[in-house]
Unconditional design. Structure first.
Length: 131
């Protein structure tokens, strides 16, 4: 799914430094930590687009391309793929960069589906601009 050796030209939705507390037994950054950060990036976009509360309903096609190391700068890019009546499909791509280098590498990607929720946590239509 990744499409080149450079990250997108837009600002990342989330950018963090991978820390030692986020490692798995092998010493690499735990995949679950990456997935949680991806969910935050997708959720940020879903809330902004739906103009309110939104919840993850599924995660598809998670692919781990390369390990992330402690100290890497990790950037999460969210892109809206589709807006339905109550749902949104968001592609999240993750790139890392060693803190002392300039080269980026694609490390993970996946597709997150969110549903817009009302004040009673029931699905509601995604609010859209009138334009």
């Amino acid at each position: 799914m990744h499409d080149g050796i450079q990250p997108p030209e837009v600002q990342p939705t989330v950018r963090v430094i991978a820390m030692p507390t986020d490692t798995n037994p092998a010493g690499d950054i735990f995949g679950g930590w990456l997935m949680s950060q991806m969910d935050l990036a997708a959720g940020t976009m879903a809330a902004r687009i739906s103009r309110g509360r939104a919840s993850t309903v599924s995660v598809d096609q998670i692919q781990f391309h390369k390990p992330v190391r402690v100290g890497d700068e990790v950037s999460f890019y969210a892109e809206m793929l589709k807006i339905g009546r109550t749902s949104m499909r968001i592609h999240v791509r993750v790139w890392s960069r060693a803190r002392h280098q300039e080269e980026f590498a694609p490390v993970t990607e996946g597709i997150f589906t969110f549903v817009a929720l009302d004040e009673n946590a029931r699905p509601r239509p995604v609010l859209r601009d009138a334009s």
